[in-house]
Design a protein around this ligand. Structure first.
Ligand code: HEM
Length: 324
């Protein structure tokens, strides 16, 4: 073969390999085992302490991972503050005055960087592990699942992308499903991941329309909620997403059977007409093992959304800022 052609082919192959390796690198459960075996136990211990201080923080950490993954993949972008170059996701409509837990993420990051002696653990992985640990702490070991790791952190965030990609609570079933499908998730993922609403709280402004206008709501339940969430005012008053907002359990699904879903989007999953979504809600309402198993599977699926791996992205020193 002509030597020019040969060197040209080598160049093409090297270039292809350079670009393909990171694209196809897979997340693995043992990513930090050799380089920093203390990383995961450290995250768990900080999450545990934070939950002891304030039970709700577990819910907030779970939601952060969801809001991270649904906007350009699980790349820690949700944690970035605004810069002169971009408006971040924190001020997007679904996030502003609503997502929380950033101080705990900072605390985790400082603790892992100290124990690993170097910033090895990405902020995106911290969110994935903190979400899993929160679920297992608030639900018990049956809700534990193995998190896949090796994500790297984005150098960019987009408020517009967050506004487009995060589902608002007034969507109907068809719209919720379309949103999940646009992220490569299916109907079962939608029903089981919405089970994340078995923990945490929502603001009056997130469920006011439901308690004043929806018809598929239990009347007494709606009346009680209207006491702390009036037609006008009280926007930031909080209500629990289910009757046991500090326990990761099947209470959320049981409530849906009685038209006691807090958000309009929650009740959309159970209409009582026997459709596929109804059947899943019924199953999870009576089978915590099925819920635990399927929740773990769907969380891993969500956690696999467009991660940055290999040479893409970076390992941030500070989860709120890109490195330089
Ligand atoms: C299906 C579409 C979803 C919609 C429309 C939705 C919407 C909402 C809304 C409106 C709130 C209350 C925010 C506030 O009032 O400040 C909320 C809270 C929450 N969401 Fe979702 N969500 C969805 C899916 C999920 C998923 C997939 C997860 C996790 C797997 C999740 C986890 C949470 C948690 C844990 C809270 C409580 C957070 C806290 O107390 O700080 N949500 N969600």
């Amino acid at each position: 073969m002509d030597s020019h052609l040969q060197s040209y082919l080598v160049l093409v192959m090297v270039t292809l390999a350079t670009f393909m390796i990171p694209t196809f690198a897979q997340l693995t459960p043992d990513y930090y085992d050799k380089v920093c075996p203390e990383a995961l136990p450290t995250i768990k211990s900080v999450v545990k302490q934070a939950i002891i201080r304030e039970k709700r923080i577990g819910a907030s950490l779970l939601r952060l991972h969801f809001h991270d993954c649904f906007v350009n993949g699980c790349d820690g972008s949700v944690l970035l503050d605004d810069t002169p170059f971009f408006l971040g996701e924190k001020t997007a409509f679904p996030n502003i005055n609503s997502i929380r837990g950033f101080e705990v993420v900072d605390e985790i990051k400082a603790a892992v960087d100290k124990v690993c002696k170097y910033p090895l653990v990405s902020c995106a992985d911290i969110l994935a592990v903190a979400a899993r640990d929160s679920v297992a702490i608030l639900g018990g070991s049956q809700y534990w699942y193995q998190v896949l790791l090796g994500r790297r952190d984005a150098r960019y965030a987009s408020r517009d992308a967050a506004n487009v990609n995060l589902p608002p609570p007034f969507l109907n079933f068809t719209q919720l499903l379309a949103n999940f499908q646009s992220h490569g998730l299916d109907l079962k993922d939608l029903v089981v991941l919405s089970g994340g609403h078995t923990i945490g709280l929502a603001k009056c402004s997130s469920f006011r329309d439901r308690i004043f206008n929806d018809t598929n709501i239990q009347p007494k339940f709606a009346a009680t909620l209207r006491e702390s969430c009036p037609r006008v005012g009280g926007d930031t008053n909080l209500a629990p997403l289910d009757a046991s907002p500090s326990e990761f359990d099947t209470t959320y699904y049981k409530a849906l059977l009685y038209k006691k879903g807090l958000l309009h989007s929650d009740q959309e999953l159970f209409k009582g007409d026997g459709c596929e979504s109804d059947q899943l809600v019924e199953l999870y309402s009576k089978d915590p093992y099925a819920f635990a198993r399927d929740f773990g599977v769907s969380m891993i699926k969500m956690g696999n959304m467009k991660p940055l791996t290999g040479y893409l992205g970076e390992i941030r020193y500070n989860c709120r800022k890109v490195n330089y």
